[in-house]
Design a protein around this ligand. Structure first.
Ligand SMILES: *Cc1c(COP(=O)(O)O)cnc(C)c1O
Length: 400
């Protein structure tokens, strides 16, 4: 990760097809486009590869998540459980449909702690958004059980885990609906883009309309379409879908490089017995976008991060605990506002309550966690050098 590391002529060729046709929009203009339907083709390719019945492309991962919520009728007065470690887009999607995020602790898997989920469920809870952070999965069997017992919708945020599996099924295809992001730093990128995945026909039909102003897409004349419900413009453009199509054809290469590089890196780090690694519920399903590891305590982790910074080696290593985008500790703009537009009373009350919650379990985990981005462009020599350098720094800090 990210997929842009292996951009080549193939992306250019697909974009050139669209430029030649002159039709940059995904719907309509049937005659003019001369058979070029990149968005449709990409949806087909995703559906086949990830073995999911239906795919709806969107303008981003954020709008894909918003769509996942909308098609499950989540809105005003509903609570959605979401982990306190995620990219903030998961939270934005919940707020944008009028629902209220309920932040729940993570465990050593860096995903939702199932004990904490159980404690957080109330009559207002309508859905769980399981975020498969950093290339690997949430505890899906347990979460599915909780959803069944409490009649909750399961939405999978698989934006960071494209190509990862759980017990043989691709992440994003297991819950009621799942989302991918194709933003610039994801496994598959088209600059900006996303996808909703679902096996439920009725949810797909709604996603298809919701992302295009409610159009039913039943006729051949877009202007004569009916609008059975309200929607938005969450469309992807043909230019972006063209890039995505090229990237999709490389996904096996991306995943096998990630896995190979991850293994070499992990094997070297394992020489240091003080390092612990992230819990992974299905080890064979890891997409290996990041290697996430723990140092013994917060102070040592901070010292290690400082040492990396001093040696100009911090790039590609994420200490999420102090990161402005991914961890609750830094989400003051959400916890305290302001919102540019007026939130509904349920949201305002819900967000107030969150300021009183105790996230010490997550703080303990995240304050010791480093995620190293696994680059597609590394080779064995580069990885060995890098990992050995980390071991050397740890030794200097007396972590050995
Ligand atoms: C990237 C990401 C998103 C949102 O994707 P965009 O395409 O950037 O809107 C949502 N959730 C997670 C976990 C992500 O990493």
């Amino acid at each position: 990760m990210p997929g842009f590391e292996l951009f080549d002529d193939l992306e250019k060729q697909h974009v050139q097809d669209v430029l030649n046709s002159g039709v940059y929009m995904r719907y309509g203009f049937d005659a003019a486009r001369q058979g070029v339907w990149k968005s449709k083709q990409l949806e087909q390719a995703i559906s086949e590869y990830f073995k999911v019945a239906h795919v709806q492309l969107t303008s981003s991962g954020t709008t894909a998540l918003t769509t996942c919520l909308a098609i499950n009728h989540i809105g005003y007065g509903d609570d959605v459980i979401v982990p306190c470690f995620t990219f903030v887009a998961s939270v934005e999607a919940i707020i944008s449909v009028g629902a209220c995020p309920v932040f729940v602790d993570i465990d050593e898997s860096l995903t939702l702690c199932t004990q904490a989920i159980k404690k957080a469920i109330t009559p207002k809870t309508k859905a769980i958004m399981a975020v498969h952070m950093c290339g690997s999965m949430a505890n899906l069997d347990e979460i599915l059980k909780i959803c069944q017992e409490n009649q909750l919708v399961l939405i999978e945020d698989a934006c960071q885990s494209i190509g990862a599996t759980y017990k043989g099924n691709y992440l994003g295809t297991i819950g009621d609906a799942g989302s991918f992001s194709f933003d610039y730093v994801k496994t598959i990128t088209c600059g900006e883009g996303g996808a909703v995945l679902t096996n439920k026909k009725n949810l797909y039909t709604q996603a298809d309309g919701f992302t295009d102003h409610g159009h039913d897409h039943l006729g051949i004349d877009r202007g004569a379409d009916q609008h059975p419900f309200m929607g938005y413009n969450f469309r992807i453009s043909e230019l972006q879908a063209a890039v995505g199509l090229a990237q999709m054809s490389k996904i096996d290469t991306f995943l096998s490089l990630q896995k190979k590089h991850y293994q070499i890196f992990e094997t070297i780090l394992k020489q240091n017995k003080q390092i612990k690694f992230r819990k992974i519920w299905d080890i064979t399903g890891n997409s290996c976008t990041f290697l996430s590891w723990f140092l013994p305590n917060e102070a040592l982790t901070q010292q290690f991060v400082d040492a990396l910074k001093k040696e100009n080696l911090l790039a590609g290593n994420f200490y999420w605990y102090v990161n402005n985008w991914h961890y609750i500790k830094q989400w003051q703009h959400i916890l305290k506002g302001p919102s540019l537009y007026k939130l509904n009373p349920c949201q305002e009350q819900g967000l107030q309550r969150i300021n009183l919650e105790d996230y010490s379990q997550s703080h303990r985990i995240m304050s010791c966690c480093i995620s190293t981005l696994i680059s597609l462009k590394w080779d064995e020599h580069v990885i060995e050098q890098k990992a050995n350098k980390y071991l050397e720094i740890l030794k200097k800090l007396n972590i050995e």
